[in-house]
Design a protein around this ligand. Structure first.
Ligand SMILES: NC(=O)c1ccc[n+]([C@@H]2O[C@H](COP(=O)([O-])OP(=O)(O)OC[C@H]3O[C@@H](n4cnc5c(N)ncnc54)[C@H](O)[C@@H]3O)[C@@H](O)[C@H]2O)c1
Length: 252
């Protein structure tokens, strides 16, 4: 199945991390269906893939809009064919501590980071089940595996990770696998300079992760080699969340 070109839908396709995801998918010969909030962002992402010799198509959709997602599936099936792989990468990081948050800001993060992937999965899992094969990759975060200062982000990503595990029952025997990628600090516009400056002292590998590394992990998860990897968290954080140390010998 995976040796042939697949139709891969990527949400948040115009974002920093998706630059690497789109490029790696296209290099593998897959057709990248770029979905982002506005058409210009999606088109720019698709154009970049095409300029580098790949194939891609652009669509605009808000991942929180159930009817827009339904219309998106119909339009993709009419113009391209069925989606075999779904990568949920659209997301927001609202840098608000509890005191600065309110119900609306909290709900917005949950809506985009958790309800969005749920709606996409619900819409696209049907055809995957009918085909007897599908791959779903959710971009969660290390912020969902540990506590994190911004509660809406942490809660939404923890929710996404557990949504993933909970779908194993639904997808039992369907040929669909569903996994999380939990990145640490990735070199995208989402990451502010103060965080980048901390990487040398907080991350054992001392590297900021490149978007292409996330793309490589997506490619692996949709490959035949990963056909028995299901319901798991693929952690890519340079070891940052695996070490608790009361010493900091890495200042300066
Ligand atoms: N950058 C990091 O260090 C990092 C680490 C862990 C996880 N993540 C996650 O990776 C994913 C990609 O992050 P990024 O760094 O590329 O961020 P980014 O801000 O560069 O890209 C996010 C994209 O999502 C799109 N988007 C936002 N709301 C949307 C909506 N309602 N509908 C459709 N599209 C929408 C934006 O337009 C944007 O293109 C996010 O889910 C993020 O939470 C990022």
């Amino acid at each position: 199945m995976v040796n042939k070109s697949l139709n891969v839908l990527v949400t948040g396709a115009g974002g920093g991390m998706c630059k690497g995801i789109n490029a790696r998918l296209a290099a593998q010969g897959h057709h990248v269906i770029c979905v982002d909030l506005d058409l210009e962002r999606s088109q720019a992402a698709a154009q970049e893939v095409i300029s580098n010799g790949g194939t891609a198509t652009a669509f605009a959709a808000d991942v929180t809009d159930e009817s827009a997602i339904s219309a998106l599936r119909q339009e993709i099936e009419r113009t391209i064919g069925q989606v075999q792989v779904l990568v949920n990468a659209a997301g927001i990081l609202d840098r608000k501590y509890l005191a600065d948050s309110d119900g609306d800001s909290f709900r917005r993060a949950i809506d985009i980071n958790l309800v969005g992937p749920f709606l996409l999965i619900k819409e696209f899992a049907g055809p995957m089940t009918a085909n007897g094969w599908g791959r779903i990759v959710n971009i969660a975060s290390i912020a969902g595996t540990t506590g994190y200062p911004y509660p809406s982000y942490a809660a939404s990503k923890a929710g996404l990770a557990n949504l993933t595990r909970s779908l194993l029952e639904d997808f039992w025997g369907t040929g669909i696998t569903v996994n999380n990628i939990c990145p640490g600090v990735v070199d995208t516009p989402m990451v502010i300079d103060e965080v980048r400056a901390q990487v040398r002292r907080r991350v054992p590998t001392q590297n900021i992760i490149q978007p292409e590394e996330i793309g490589a992990m997506v490619n692996f998860l949709i490959s035949d080699d990963a056909r028995n990897i299901n319901g798991t968290d693929m952690l890519i954080d340079g070891g940052a969340t695996k070490l608790f140390s009361l010493f900091n010998n890495h200042e300066g």
